[in-house]
Ligand binder design. Sequence first.
Ligand code: VGL
Ligand code: ZN
Length: 204
Amino acid sequence: MKALLIVDVQNDFCPGGNLAVPNGDDVVPVINSLIEEFDIIIQTQDWHPSDHSSFASNHDNKESYETIELDYGTQVLWPDHCIQGSKGAEFHPGLNTNKTQVIIRKGFRKNIDSYSTFYENDQTTGTGLTGYLRERDVKEIYTTGLATDFCVKWSVLDGIDEGFKMYLIQDAVRGIDLNGSLQEAMNEMKEKGAVFITSDQIHK
Ligand code: VGL
Ligand code: ZN
């Protein structure tokens, strides 16, 4: 079985949002066009408490996009975003979520951020997604959404470690790009064995 994974297509990551990815909303029509091609659709939703440790506002004398050391390693600090229950945490209103069967919420523990949909940033706390996918006999995951260089990247890398064949649909992702992080992310995914495709290869 193959699954479509839609990462963090939420208002705060789209133009006008608190952590807007440039042209982030461009992925919406592309993802909508793919939905009919898949029987298993999974979405992730960044879902932070307002006192989350990844927010620069919760640290003294720190600005967004600086880094700090947390128990599990280096963490980028972000503007407040995707706060539980807020408008910014809702899915983009144009995204067709009707066929979505599972929504994995992540980043809800105050002291651990979570980019990947498989593991939180400590790389040990699991989300339970692997078990779900194995039970449904999924072998291949087609990845879309935001942001290419953070949540998409970590989901793809962890997915490969979990034994899935991971595809990246290049026209269905957009990146933040902090100091070259976008190119670096593409290289890391490719080196680890992710398969890069475009949406027209699925439609045919
Ligand atoms: C993300 C930064 C912080 C993402 C989430 O979805 O890529 N990036 N939280
Ligand atoms: Zn976040």
